[in-house]
Design a protein. Structure first.
Length: 100
């Protein structure tokens, strides 16, 4: 994450640089799964159709929900590990924990 840029600008850069790659790879995988529609076996056709549709939905969700999630959570997901409280990393004690 670029430290001198705003969170909104960083998310815009993320979508601009990775969105096309995610969309293209998802499209190629969906086309490969949908290629199973040409097979003679009904089970394989149905599996190909289900997997192709699922891939398209997952790509659309990834391209639309992830930027929103990044903007909604602020810097919590991009916080350096050194700033995460030691309690979350296994250090420290939980409140009310008995010492031995």
């Amino acid at each position: 994450r670029a430290q001198h840029l705003s969170l909104q600008h960083n998310v815009d850069l993320l979508i601009r640089h990775t969105g096309r790659t995610v969309a293209l790879s998802g499209l190629l995988i969906a086309v490969a799964y949908l290629g199973a529609l040409s097979l003679p076996e009904d089970n394989l056709r149905n599996a190909g159709l289900a997997l192709g549709i699922t891939t398209v939905v997952v790509v659309l969700v990834n391209l639309s929900v992830m930027p929103s999630l990044l903007l909604a959570t602020g810097n919590a997901l991009t916080m350096p590990v050194s700033q995460v409280p030691s309690l979350l990393l296994g250090g420290g004690r939980w409140p009310g924990q008995l010492s031995r």
